[in-house]
Design a protein around this ligand. Structure first.
Ligand code: 6PG
Ligand code: NI
Length: 185
């Protein structure tokens, strides 16, 4: 065998991992420049963090991490992740919702899309070939655990260029999904 077994405690509400096994990846509004429709309003403010549980990036392994997205908005959009296709396109992923209220936007390269719920207890299956972005539509942090094929990698450039077919922001009657006017037709 290549690895020794290990056990980590996942604090279900906050998403904290004990012991921490890698450096948290912190994304500020500035880091998301070009992903929201408008420029950052408060550039240093943290939008989300990813707490990794690193294993070798090989297809025989399962990468996993927790993501914590703060509540907030930039322009008309709720705080969200950059979103990505997996660099190896057919690699799939599972999300387990831990707390908060969110939406998972999924899209194919030919422009099909789905919007799925994320909250405590949801399991979202993200098949290969579907780009995925999570959005915090609530007033509390959105927390979920993700596990995916080890060599998947992330392609952010395609999303930075095209975005997703839909945007999610506050509406008159709760979260509103609207068409992305800059998505290529
Ligand atoms: C992954 C997962 C997930 C994701 C984070 C942050 O492939 O690693 O989809 O852990 O990376 O939720 O989202 P971004 O990678 O899009 O910034
Ligand atoms: Ni992913």
């Amino acid at each position: 065998p290549k690895l020794d077994p290990f056990t980590t405690l996942l604090e279900l509400k906050s998403g904290a991992l004990d012991p921490e096994r890698g450096t948290p990846q912190v994304r500020t509004q500035e880091d998301l420049r070009g992903f929201f429709q408008v420029a950052p309003e408060d550039p240093d403010r943290v939008v989300y963090q990813v707490l990794p549980m690193p294993v070798p990036k090989e297809n025989s392994e399962i990468q996993c991490s927790t993501t914590i997205i703060e509540p907030g908005t930039v322009g008309d959009e709720y705080y969200m992740t950059k979103g990505h296709f997996h660099a190896v396109r057919d690699r799939s992923e599972i999300y387990l919702g831990l707390s908060g209220e969110g939406r998972l936007i999924l899209a194919t390269e030919d422009g099909r899309y789905r919007v799925e719920p994320i909250r405590e207890g949801t399991i979202n299956y993200v098949p290969g070939g579907w780009a995925h972005r999570s959005v915090n539509v609530g007033d509390d942090p959105l927390v979920f655990f993700a596990a995916y094929v080890g060599d998947a990698g992330q392609d952010y450039a395609t999303i930075e260029r095209d975005g997703f077919p839909v945007l999610i922001g506050p509406g008159d009657d709760g979260p509103a999904v609207r068409e992305n006017p800059t998505y290529p037709s």
